[in-house]
Design a protein around this ligand. Structure first.
Ligand code: SF4
Length: 221
């Protein structure tokens, strides 16, 4: 039942919006950096920070490894919370160099559970960031949950409104085929409908999901 609902939602979203071409990023490290920089800000600001890093010829983990954290903070200033994010980016890079010889390719040998656990142990890498890295940088079949996912799942009564991140992830991950491409596209489509329609004040009229049962009785966000 729930599998059918989730598949139906995906189909409606895909039919309306088409492929979203996520994650924007030319290299594996650019995707990882973007996943860390996008915390608590919009993508336009992340793009400015990425552009700065590219212009300074610093958008590789090898080059950033030698860069002072305060210089890195200056470069990523447009992303907001730049001092904190510079430390987080450095935390990831230091972990990579201390444990995996500074090579992203060495992470490819780790199974998904181990890699997820190690990413989550890095200070400043939360669940959404870790799962974005796993899905979009390493092509692992992990479903990324964010505030849009939660809001849509709650309003469409796919799960109880007190469900936490892991339960939401489990909802999608265990009721859909373990398909990285599907998870990639599905998350991007949820973000799209969340931004355009399923805002804190919902705009159900014209939403691709408006004909599906939903309730706005409880405001979750
Ligand atoms: S805007 Fe309305 S119809 Fe669209 S996803 Fe949100 S609750 Fe559902």
């Amino acid at each position: 039942m729930i599998s059918k609902q989730l598949t139906g939602i995906y189909q409606l979203l895909f039919d309306r919006f088409g492929p979203q071409h996520w994650w924007p990023g030319q290299t594996q490290f650019e995707i990882i950096a973007g996943a860390i920089l996008t915390q608590n800000t919009n993508w336009a600001n992340v793009e400015k920070a990425i552009t700065n890093l590219k212009a300074a010829d610093r958008l590789t983990h090898e080059k950033l490894h030698h860069l002072d954290v305060s210089q890195l903070a200056e470069l990523i200033r447009p992303a907001g919370y730049y001092n904190i994010k510079a430390k987080r980016l450095k935390n990831f890079i230091n972990w990579l160099f201390e444990n995996y010889d500074g090579k992203l390719t060495n992470l490819e040998n780790l199974d998904t559970d181990r890699l997820r656990a190690e990413l989550l142990a890095i200070t400043g890498v939360g669940r959404e960031t870790a799962d974005s890295i796993l899905l979009y940088a390493f092509d692992r079949p992990i479903f990324v949950v964010d505030a849009y996912t939660a809001r849509i799942a709650f309003r469409h009564q796919l799960i109880e409104p007190d469900a936490d991140y892991e339960r939401l992830r489990e909802l999608f991950q265990s009721n859909l085929p373990q398909d990285t491409k599907l998870f990639n596209e599905y998350h991007a489509l949820l973000v799209r409908v969340g931004k355009e329609f399923c805002r804190p004040k919902a705009r159900c009229s014209g939403c691709p999901l408006e004909k599906l049962p939903h309730s706005l009785d409880i405001e979750y966000f």
